[in-house]
Design a binder for this molecule. Structure first.
Ligand SMILES: CC(C)(COP(=O)(O)OP(=O)(O)OC[C@H]1O[C@@H](n2cnc3c(N)ncnc32)[C@H](O)[C@@H]1OP(=O)(O)O)[C@@H](O)C(=O)NCCC(=O)NCCS
Length: 394
């Protein structure tokens, strides 16, 4: 069961971003302490494991994050922890891995999340890809750059035009602002104290939002990945710093400890695709997860899809015959506006879906899905405990 999820506000990566002087592990710690404060009936010693993901596990993102963050968050020394990496699906994998441990009866309660400080740890820094990738043509040279893989998706599906991608990006910005105005996003943010050259501050909101975005403005942006390309800063997720964490528990432990449960994990799946078009990864992973759950895409009432790139979400929507502006999809916007701190994002999707479930007892099933570098997709299907048929079978 998904008990609760929180995140730090997401910051723009880089020297001008609000977290430039904040350590990555401190962001992760903040989410754990925030979770424990919000769930006082959970005795910290009852946490059986802490899994924290990061894509670049070096420096302040190294040293087995789950363990270091648990110690720094003040959990008893008896609580173990570990680090996880599946690039963008790190936090999602932290949830599915520890959730499986719960399903197998080996854990009662866990904390799972992720962090990525893309300012301090630029994508691919110090990576040393095996030369066999290129020598044996296992992976195309440009497949290691995510923006190029998005351009390749535009090539492969010409109907996914730049105009559609820009419109999707603009709507994401508008939906996030509307969700902020309605107060949907703020309750799951843990404020972070900031130290800047001008003094102390407090991060309380996502920094990179651009609600004033227009189609005219987007049309003028550079295409950094290819001359005359289609992928721009306006239809891609920005480089971002941030952390997320969630409490998962067995239903028995949740009952025993008086923890409310926001979602039930129904099924999950990961799938591999050609790295050159990694953005289509969520299509096979969602098909696999639906099949395992015995569900059809039409059973899904809410989708939280990670917007690594607009074109990549659009390829998913086209595949399943869903309109670009379908109300079930990312109703509060997504990563194009909020940001995508790689290994953290999976739990952001879940946290938002959990809060939407609360407001939408008419929806029984929801999907969280995301694409992953080097050609993968990840999907988790969740059931809404507020639905009248909850737990009653299909
Ligand atoms: C696309 C990308 C290269 C852009 O990086 P960047 O150039 O540093 O981005 P910026 O925020 O500076 O935006 C570039 C310009 O577009 C403008 N811009 C960005 N979004 C805009 C919007 N919605 N409306 C209008 N202008 C916008 C900025 O103001 C900036 O203008 P300037 O050059 O005049 O200052 C970068 O965000 C990126 O690599 N994204 C993908 C990340 C990724 O691969 N993640 C993993 C996914 S699997």
């Amino acid at each position: 069961m998904f008990v609760d999820g929180v995140r730090t506000p997401f910051g723009r990566a880089g020297e001008k971003g609000m977290y430039w002087n904040t350590r990555a592990d401190d962001l992760a710690v903040k989410t754990i302490t925030g979770l424990l404060e919000r769930n006082p009936s959970l005795p910290p010693a009852r946490v059986d494991d802490v899994a924290i993901a990061a894509t670049t596990q070096q420096g302040d993102q190294g040293l087995t994050l789950g363990r270091t963050a648990a110690i720094l968050a003040g959990l008893p020394m008896s609580v173990p922890g570990f680090a996880i990496d599946r690039m963008c699906a790190g936090a999602m994998t932290a949830v599915t891995t520890t959730g499986s441990g719960i399903g197998f009866g080996q854990y009662d309660v866990v904390i799972a999340g992720g962090v990525e400080h893309m300012g301090r740890h630029p994508m691919g820094l110090d990576a040393d890809p095996n030369p066999r990738f290129l020598a044996e043509k296992l992976v195309a040279a440009d497949a290691l750059n995510m923006g190029n893989t998005a351009e390749r998706l535009h090539d492969r599906f010409p109907e996914l035009t730049k105009e559609r991608a820009d419109r999707f990006g603009m709507l994401s910005q508008q939906k996030v602002q509307a969700a902020y105005d309605a107060g949907h996003i703020q309750p799951d943010l843990v404020p972070v104290a900031l130290r800047t050259e001008s003094g102390w501050g407090l991060a309380t909101e996502d920094e990179g939002r651009r609600p004033e975005t227009t189609m005219e403005g987007l049309a003028t942006l550079k295409t950094p990945f290819r001359p005359h390309g289609r992928v721009t800063a306006g239809n891609a997720s920005p480089l971002t710093d941030g952390a997320t964490a969630a409490i998962l528990a067995s239903s028995d432990a949740a009952k025993e400890l008086g923890l409310s449960t926001k979602m039930r994990m129904v099924s999950f799946a990961f799938a591999g695709v050609e790295p050159e078009v990694m953005g289509i990864g969520p299509i096979p992973s969602t098909e696999k997860a639906l099949k395992r759950a015995g569900l059809d895409i039409s059973d899904i009432g809410l989708f939280e899809l990670n917007e690594a790139f607009a074109v990549q979400v659009l390829s998913f929507l086209d595949h399943f015959g869903i309109a670009d502006d379908d109300e079930r999809v990312n109703p509060w916007g997504g990563a194009i506006a909020i940001g995508h701190p790689l290994a953290a994002s999976g739990v952001r999707l879940m946290t938002q879906l959990a809060r939407q479930f609360e407001q939408r007892p008419d929806v029984r099933y929801g999907v969280t899905a995301m694409c992953v570098g080097l050609g993968q997709g990840g999907t988790v299907i969740w059931e809404n405990p507020h639905h009248k048929r909850y737990g009653k079978g299909r």
